[in-house]
Each structure stands twice: as C-alpha cells, then as structure tokens.
Write a protein that binds this ligand. Sequence first.
Ligand code: IDC
Length: 359
Amino acid sequence: MKSKIRVLLKLIIFVIIIAIIIFINKLTQSHTEKDVAEIIKRLGVSNLVSGNGNLYVDGTNLKNMYHENFQLKGISSHGIQWYYDLLTKDNLTYLRDVWGINVFRIAMYTNENGYISNPTEIKQKAYNLIDMCIDLDLYVIIDWHTLSDNDPNMYIEEAKAFFEETSLKYQNVPNLIYEICNEPNQGSVTWSNQIKPYAEEIIPIIRNNSKDSVILVGTPTWCVNLNDPTNEPLDFNNIMYTFHFYAGTHKSESRNTITKALENGLPVFISEWGTTDISGNSGFDAESTMDWIHFMDENNLSWINWSFSNKDEDSAILTSEYSNETLQEGLTIDNYISESGNLVRQFINTKKYNPLYEY
Ligand code: IDC
C-alpha cells in the first residue's frame, strides 16, 4: 500500500515539474516575442500602415501613432485613364518589398478623359487601386488631379460627390490620405478667392465621414506658392499644404520658400516631384535631385515621385520597352528601369528605415 502511495506521489511531483517547465518556457517565449516586436518598432523596420497606424499632423510634422516624426516616400501613378494596367498587384508588391515604398499616389485626372468624362469607370479603377494598397498595407493618396482645369471650383460639384462617397466607403481607414486638388494654376486662381473657399467646402465633407484623415491641399501656381496659405491658413486639423518641384527647374530658391513656410508653422507635403524639368520630359538633373533628397530628409518632408509609367518621357520610372507581358519568369520592373527610376529607387529606403544606409 505504502509503495503504491509513494509511486503516486512521485507521479504527481513529476507531472507538476513538467507543468512548471512548460509554464516557464511559455513565459520566456512570450517575453521574447514581445521584445522582438518592441525592437522592430524601435528600429522602425515596419514603415507600413500596420507599423505606424493613423498618421496625424503635429505642428509642421507628420507623425505616426507612436508620436514619432514619420516620412512617407513613394511613387505616383501617371494618369490612371492611361496607365492603369501597369498597376498590377505584383508591381506594387515589388515596389513595396524591393524599392521600399510605404505610400502610393493615385493620380486621378479630372480632365483629359479622366474622371469628369468617365466617372463610373475611373472611380472603379481608383477604388480597385485603393483596395489593392490597403491589402498591401501601404498608405495611399487619392489625388483629385486637376491640371488643365486650372481652378478646382470648375468641377466642385463632382468633387463634393466624389469625396462624400469615398470618405464614406473608406470611413476611418488609416491607409487613405485625401489630396483634394492637384495643382491650381494661372494668375487668376488665387488662394484667397478660389482655393481656400474650395478647401473649406470639401474638407468638412471628408471630415464628417472620416474625422482623422490627413488631407492634402494644393497651393497656388502649380503648388509653389506657400506664402498665401501661410498668411491665411485653413482652420482645420490634420491638413498639409502641397509643394511640387521638378529638380531641373526648381532649386535653392524653392527650398527657401519651403524653409520659410515651415518656420512660419505651415505643414508641407511634397505630393509630387520629378527628376526632370517641369515638362516631365527633359533636363534630367541628378545633382539637383540629391540636393532635394537631403533637404527633404532633413526636414521630415514626405515625398512622392512622378511617375510610375512606361511613357517615352524622362520622368517615367520605366522605359518604354516595359509591358506587363514582358515580365516573364525572372524579370521584374527593375529590368526596365529608366535613368530617373534608378535614381529615385536609391533614395526611398533611406537612413530612417535602413540602418545600413549612408549618404
Ligand atoms: C505630365 C505628364 C505628361 C502629360 C502631361 C499632361 O508627365 O505625360 O502629357 O502631364 O497630362 C505636373 C503635373 C503632372 C505632369 C507633370 C510633368 O501634376 O500631371 O505630368 N507636372 O509635366 N506638374 C508639374 C509637372
């Protein structure tokens, strides 16, 4: 009898010891996982939405959910009425994983056979791309790409309906950033009389559905005049004012404009820039591009390069030999990269997310 009890006791002690070992093991394991997650977060290895959450504007800085300064870097589509087919999930995944982009901009032209003449089809294309970017954990900018329609009020009714529907559909989705007009232009289109009143109509519509979204607002004269918005800023939170430069055309004077605006508290976002002159098709300027890249990194300025296309123009990041069909096994968009694309590619994954990066 006694020996039976002894065997039973030994068994119980054995089971307890095993249970303690399993428990300790579990405990240290979960610590390790937590530590790794913390390290990843601290190193900023994840520069995507799951790693940074809802972005917001604090002073002149864009910040992530950890209240750290945060830079978006990515590529803009060309007009999606022309170059939609290039924007496959494989290509966007490649841009994310190999080039390191964390944002993609959808240039939804209003004119030039864009949204205004074909709203149903173009909107569907834009929504497909937004969905794809959400799926890929990318930030995504929906750009109401006014251009030859120089005054954003020209299609304000269409803009109101579009932003109402879109902000409802993507209510509080942290990926989505709204750019309410691309480049207001020509002398008669001023900040006070046209652009600010337009923004004051559109922003509340978006805010009503998606209260925390970051909203980008175009500035006068093709997005190079920050002076007027500085003197008369909009009375909303989480707004950034866009500046566009083309390295062959805009140089230190333009950087001075931005520095001055930042000093005066205006949050600036470079929602479009090119390595070429303003035509998008000549004056490729590597040296000026470098100056700009340094400047943007130093000032925590987010940027979007123009553009993801294979059009025969210097600002396109792909050569005109590219077609989706040419991407046979083993080939990638890097096999069709243009001179401009090559330059831009090196500057995406810079110091902040890549400890090995040096200028
Ligand atoms: C250009 C395209 C070009 C197209 C033209 C008109 O590169 O292929 O024919 O638009 O649709 C901008 C505009 C952007 C321009 C770009 C280069 O936002 O739409 O793209 N640019 O000219 N502002 C300054 C330069």
